[in-house]
Every structure is written in C-alpha cells, then in structure tokens.
Design a binder for this molecule. Sequence first.
Ligand SMILES: *Cc1c(COP(=O)(O)O)cnc(C)c1O
Length: 364
Amino acid sequence: MTQRAYNFSAGPAVLPEPVLAEVGRDLLALPNAKASILEISHRSPTFKEILAAAQANLRQLLSIPDNYEVLFLQGGSRLQFSMIPMNLRADGRSADYILTGSWSKISQKEAQTGGDTHVAWDGSDTNYSALPSNTDLRLDTDAAYAHFTSNETIHGVQFATEPDVGGVPLVCDASSDFLHKPLPIERYGLLYACAQKNAGPAGVTIVIIRKDLLERSRDDLPSYLNYRVHAEAGSLMNTAPTFAIYVVRLVTDWLINEIGGLEKMHSQNRSKAKMVYDVIEASDNFYVGHAQPECRSLMNVVFRLPNEELTEKFVSEAAEQDLVSLGGHRSVGGIRASIYNAMPVAGVAKLCDFMTQFRDANCG
Ligand SMILES: *Cc1c(COP(=O)(O)O)cnc(C)c1O
C-alpha cells in the first residue's frame, strides 16, 4: 500500500484511517446492496438507512433536541452564507455579524445582498488575532439573527463558548470545528458545517436548525434554497450527495465507537493543540503564534517564522519527512497546522519534534 503522510491540510482534510479502509473495502459493493455506494439510488432502502444512521449518529453525538431538524445539503458553507439571510431575514429586518476573520467577513459580505447587515464587532484592528467578550458586542436587539464563526480556519482563532446574543437566534458557521467537542445545541437557532474539514469529504453540508425558524422560509424562494422544503423532504428533495453522506456516517460511527464520544474527542484535541502551542512558546520567539493565547484554535494552529526564506524551508523540509500541507493561507502567510479530529497524536508528536529540530538548526 502507498505510504500515507501526516496531512495537515485545512480542508479537504485528513480522515480517520479506519474510515478510509472501510470505504476501500466496501467500494465495489456494500455488504447488503451488492452494488457500490456510488451506484445506488438515493431513494433505495440501503441509502435511506445510511442517511438515517448519519442523522441518528449526529443526534446522539451532539444530543440534538427533537425540536431541531438535521439537514444534509449541497453547495458548501458558501451557499449557507446566502441561504441563511434568504430564509431567516424574511421580514426585512437586519442581521448581526460578528467579524473575527476571513470567513465571517465573507459571510457578512454575502448577506449584504438582498438585505441589511449590522457589524456587532470587528477584529480588524488586531488583524483578527483576538475575539470579543460579551460586553464588547454591539448587538441589535431587533436583529433577525446574530451570526458568528466558531473557528476561523485561516486566522486560527476559536470561541471557547458561544457569544451571548440575548433573545436573538444565534447562527454559527462551525465548518472547521464541527464535532470537535460537545455543544449546547439549544443555545443555537442554526448551526452549519461543510463536511470536508472535520466530518467527512467535500460535497455535503450539515445544517442543524430549530424547527420554529423554518416558518420564516418564504414560499417564493427557489425550492433548493428553502430550508422548509428540505426539512419536509427529509433532505431528499433531489439527489442527495450519497457518497459524502455515507462517509459522514462512517466518521460519526468512528467518533462513537472508537473515540467514545465528543467529551473524549475534546480532551484529545486539547492535548494535541497544547503540544504544538507549547513548542511555539518554548521557541524564544522563533515561532510566533498569530492568535492571542486565550483564543487559540484547537483545530488550526497558525504561526510565523522569522522570514519568508525560513518559512519556505520549513514547509519543504517538513514535506521531506512526510509532514505535508503546512503552508499558511495565502492571505495570512506563515504556517498553518490543521490538527482536526482525525489527525493522530503521533502525527502531532512528529510535527512537534520536527519544529524543535528545525528551530535548533536555524535559530542562528
Ligand atoms: C472552509 C470554510 C468555509 C467554506 O466552505 P465551502 O464548503 O468551501 O463553501 C466556510 N467557513 C469556514 C469557517 C470554513 O472553514
């Protein structure tokens, strides 16, 4: 078998090896269907069972209450940037946005089409290295909803707890930290995540929405863009992304059966992240983290080296040791190590050893 490197890509990203092995084993024919997951109808009993299992697993892992729908949609998180205002801002009210990095900025920009937005906080003056406290937020108590990004994949800042937005429905882009820890779902109006960071492959986006909010979806919306239509059709109004949903089912099986739930996943994630931040802190400013310590992401560790030349050398020497996709996002530069759920502790340990050796060899 081809050797696998440790893959620190921000997304599509590393998947659990047992999941990939199972996909490979069953790709020609699923045990009961005698056909491939790539070949069967989205309305076949076999696929309906997979869809139901994926949903049941998510409900179990996140303790999702009965008054929430779980939808499996296409179009990525980017389509949610538009669907959310189209559906939830129906009666002409404005929507609040908390701007903590590139993704929340794009989501607000997208929501400016067809209605009003209001910026409740903007971290641009620290180049998005900090997060607001509840008292920093300038909220509109009449807003249709308040949107935040729980983990900024590019800037590497992550909320430890949900911002308090009072009685306004809280909407969360959880694309890059979905399933990394348990969540109090009842605090959310809507939470969405494309699968390809922490929950599966590209092609499906999970939307968890409180049922009363479905009443806001107007009948004159294009049907694919209407949450109520998807909820009524059980995510099968058209051909669902069958393969992606199948893999989400396997990833959630893995979280339940092999990891032992999201509390355990969270504690593994905390210790993996601490390993890397500890190396950064012990480096005598050779490595400089982007995020302020109290809002460091457990998922995307973003840091800089003293100069561009050393950064390039770091990325290429790491790749020679099978530590791949460590280059930072083009807008921020530096290094980004994405250490999602599926990144093994051994991969993080190998990265930490490499970082220590690289510093010792290059700190001049
Ligand atoms: C990757 C990402 C997106 C965009 O997801 P797509 O599926 O490519 O549309 C949005 N928000 C966050 C936080 C992300 O990490």
